[in-house]
Design a protein around this ligand. Sequence first.
Ligand code: NAD
Length: 497
Amino acid sequence: MSNLTRADWEARAKALQIEGRAFIHGALCPAADGATFDCVSPVDGRFLTKVAACDAADAEKAVADARATFESGVWSQMAPAERKKIMVRFADLMDAHAEELALLETLDMGKPISDSLGVDVPGASRAIRWSGEAIDKIYDEVAATPHNELGLVTREPVGVVAAIVPWNFPMIMTAWKLGPALATGNSVIVKPSEKSPLTAIRMAQLALEAGIPAGVLNVLPGYGHTVGKALALHMDVDTLVFTGSTKIAKQLMIYAGESNMKRVWLEAGGKSANIVFADAPCLKDAAEAAAAAICFNQGEMCTAGSRLLVERSIKDQFMPMVVEAMQGWQAGHALDPATKVGALVDQGHLNTVLGFIEAGKADNADLLCGGAQTLQETGGVYVQPTLFDNAHNAMRIAQEEIFGPVLTVIPFDSTEEAIQIANDSIYGLAAAIWTSNLSKAHQTARALRVGSMWVNQYDGGDMTAPFGGYKQSGNGRDKSLHAFDKYTELKATWIKL
Ligand code: NAD
């Protein structure tokens, strides 16, 4: 872990060279029409840099180049073992630049510097390395043919991949797409969020330095409704992978239908239930996990445990423990290494979160802690972790994704009722249950319609486990070998012997 103090990070921030240009065919370039937008830090309101506001002309250029690069075979036909070496080098370079990447990430979107350094950089480099290391260990299939025929079942790269990613884990979300997309030999165009474009640009530079050929990894910063839409409607993008809101995910399916029927893989929103049964093995552990599940990353997590379902018989005993655990998650200056809750991504998002807090109050949920903006003297955008008790599942704070540190507590009386409440959501990303009863754990886990299920913990998993959602939380899976399916087409070749 780093010994850097807040003053050290401040000094480094002042000296940081920040790049906001697009990255096409291995070179930095302005948007075709020269347009830019200002990148301002939510940490303290400082101006960071001007960022290229790419649009349709840039998408045109990047897609044509990515297609030509793909067809040249310089990456797509490279031996898997060689691609592996380069991807491992890319991951190593990210680790070597960990402090710089972490600082960029924190300044750009507000998360605590200790998390950027301890979670985001290693999480992203691990994803690149894991996929790279896997690619020379995967075999194709030979079908069970008659003796005089040979049937080959092979996986081929799809070609040109557009990856549209959000701002909450900019590097990790980018790496979850890039790992399998690059390992399988595709050319990729990343469209980072306009709220967090900086680390994707830096990652592309490091990829080039590692040996990933020019044109294989391109980055087009800009807005969703301009360059994002142009990529989604493009006739020569083969696959569109997305992480972001359910609203935009639905729009992307329409764009695909209106254009070339490109494959569309979506990781979207969530409203995950964290269910504490009376027979939880340790209520204190459950309370601490409940606070972490909503406060980590300022609650800006698709998997945030935003609905805490508590069995009524233990509720009076359990809630003081939750309140105490929430007190351990105070907002602080994001460049302070001791901070656990940093800045929200921008003023607009703060307004959204405060609007939900008002909705909770108007619906007469009991406000137990937090409920207001804080740290205004920093010039940044911070909110107090907030806890609403005695809510019910029809309230807006129980149904809608707040994407901030706002926890909604709902009591229940039976296992059936807990399952019914948990499944009463348009989302199906994740859930957790706390119980000492093995049968109840398995039965409840089976009954919950979610892509990730945790028992007696919250948010477990690593690169070996697929990640994604049921229902309107999306389709397909990131991470694990299952993610490779999104970036490959299956070909059957039948040979007469
Ligand atoms: P968002 O949907 O607003 O934006 C995501 C990306 O889509 C951005 O790059 C944006 O510029 C782009 N975009 C917006 N409009 C577009 C359009 N018309 N055409 C093409 N692209 C467009 O989401 P956000 O606010 O950046 O991120 C928060 C959301 O991401 C939350 O809903 C969260 O749950 C979700 N998320 C999901 C996962 C997961 O794995 N399921 C992980 C992280 C975040």
